[in-house]
Write a protein that binds this ligand. Structure first.
Ligand SMILES: NC(=O)c1ccc[n+]([C@@H]2O[C@H](COP(=O)([O-])OP(=O)(O)OC[C@H]3O[C@@H](n4cnc5c(N)ncnc54)[C@H](OP(=O)(O)O)[C@@H]3O)[C@@H](O)[C@H]2O)c1
Length: 278
């Protein structure tokens, strides 16, 4: 199926690695020009190079979205790039529970997930409205529907971005711009891999026993512990596997496409059915 994405421009925040990089490359595969974003210049340049090799336009914009003014500057660069598709992907996670979390942890969760989504979207919206077509796609989490006991602040922040998606879709009624959310399950990404390594190290090198994890083993193909064991211990889901960045990227590409004109204000769960699984 032709998604009719060729020639569109996209900004994917946090696309210098992880799920965002795969989203950026998948959009490029569909013919999109892509503005790659991150903080690490070398990593972002490498993704942009891979995208340009596909014959589309690729540029890089750098900046920490939690710093004052940076989100707005990134959005203005996207406007000038011609981005009509915004993927709010950057959304750091950290482990805190109700007993140990401090106000600063909650602030960081909201400053990393909620405010960049608001600030980049708000700054880019006038150009999307003027063009009469656009897409705002925000990456949520399975933690929206099943808050993680070890990531309470992050879970609440991700719930907020789904709520924001609903209100934004209503606000944009009749403009040709849609707002949707994709909520990943447990996805094999480098940051997930690091989290599991840290957790294993803090538990004397044994397997972690904490339930309610955001992620599983990560880093590409499952070349570490047995995936089935990880699924059973950390992420039981009806599909019986961990997710891959590609699972998220194809969902984003569909929602970004003109084919999805009639899909608006939704949270699309791409989580193997983990949500609601005890
Ligand atoms: N992995 C999962 O299992 C999972 C599950 C549910 C939801 N999610 C959500 O999916 C999205 C992507 O996840 P991921 O696992 O790919 O995450 P990740 O590996 O932590 O994403 C890293 C990307 O985000 C950028 N980034 C992080 N903080 C930033 C900041 N303050 N300012 C600018 N860029 C920033 C990084 O830039 P640099 O490296 O260049 O600094 C990099 O491009 C996130 O919203 C995450 O919450 C992930």
């Amino acid at each position: 199926m032709d998604l009719r994405l060729a020639g569109h421009g996209a900004l994917v925040t946090g696309s210098s690695s992880g799920i965002g990089a795969t989203i950026a490359e998948t959009l490029a595969d569909e013919g999109c020009d892509v503005l790659v974003h991150g903080r690490n210049a070398g990593a972002a340049a490498a993704v942009a190079e891979r995208i340009a090799a596909r014959g589309v336009r690729a540029e890089v914009v750098l900046g920490d979205l939690t710093e004052p003014g940076v989100a707005e500057q990134v959005a203005l660069t996207a406007r000038d790039f011609g981005a009509r598709i915004l993927v709010n992907n950057a959304g750091p996670f950290a482990e805190h529970d109700w007993e140990s979390s401090r106000p600063s942890d909650w602030r960081a969760a909201f400053e990393g997930n909620v405010l960049p989504t608001m600030r980049v979207s708000q700054t880019l919206l006038p150009s999307l409205r003027a063009y009469g077509w656009g897409r705002v796609i925000t990456i949520g989490s399975r933690a929206v529907r099943t808050p993680l006991p070890n990531m309470v602040a992050y879970s609440a922040a991700k719930a907020a971005v789904v709520n924001m998606t609903t209100s934004l879709a209503r606000h944009l009624a009749g403009t040709g711009v849609t707002a949707n959310c994709v909520s990943p399950g447990v996805i094999v990404s480098p940051s997930m891999y690091r989290m599991f390594e840290q957790r294993a190290a803090s538990e004397d090198g044994g397997g972690a026993s904490q339930s309610g994890t955001e992620g599983g083993q990560a880093g590409g193909p499952m070349d570490g512990p047995d995936e089935a064991d990880l699924v059973a211990e950390y992420a039981p889901n009806p599909s019986g596997r961990l997710g891959r960045p590609e699972d998220i990227a194809v969902a984003v590409a569909y929602l970004a496409s003109p084919r999805a004109d009639y899909v608006n204000g939704i949270e699309l769960r791409v989580d193997g059915g983990i949500t609601g699984t005890p």
